[in-house]
Write a protein that binds this ligand. Structure first.
Ligand code: HEC
Length: 139
């Protein structure tokens, strides 16, 4: 009789422990969620980083074949056409305004083999490409 009671108490205790454990893990969830939101908070910094990476990627995909990784350009043959893409890092290029560079990118210089990008890139993408050109210029 006495051992039966103590067995019941033991089972009860085990249940209490089990439930309080469940209760604990349940209340732990919102805490981990809160941690997740906090981890995602410093967005502005990561967006700025993404922008730099995106600008570089856009340049790599659209400009590098002709103006090279460095932006220094030089003679190159693209699709069987001999071209002489400008060095984008000269003082002359540095002195051009963003608007001027954007206009070159948008309209190109078709006769000389510099393609127009206005139908290929969005205005935002062209702005980013020019940003990367500024980076290559050391600005
Ligand atoms: C197919 C080759 C090619 C690609 C791709 C290309 N360019 Fe050019 N780019 C040229 C050539 C060739 C010139 C020289 C045009 C000239 O002689 O007037 C030039 C000239 C320029 C100029 C100077 C224009 C001037 O007359 O002063 C800028 C700025 C420029 N490119 C930027 C870019 C950017 C930014 C990209 C990528 C979005 C790009 N180019 C992609 C070939 C290319």
């Amino acid at each position: 009789m006495l051992s039966q009671i103590s067995l019941r108490i033991t089972v009860l205790c085990a249940l209490v422990v089990a439930f309080s454990f469940l209760g604990c893990s349940k209340t732990a969830d919102p805490v981990s969620n809160a941690t997740n939101t906090r981890a995602a908070d410093p967005k502005p910094a990561s967006t700025a980083k993404d922008e730099v990476a995106e600008a570089r990627d856009l340049y790599t995909v659209n400009c590098m074949t002709c103006h090279r990784d460095s932006g220094k350009g030089g003679k190159v043959t693209v699709d069987g056409r001999a071209l002489d893409p400008d060095d984008l890092t000269t003082e002359k290029m540095k002195a051009k305004t963003d608007e001027k560079l954007l206009a070159y990118v948008a309209d190109g210089v078709p006769d000389e083999g510099m393609p127009a990008f206005k139908d290929k890139l969005t205005a935002d993408q062209m702005t980013l490409v020019v940003k990367h050109v500024r980076t290559l210029q050391g600005k």
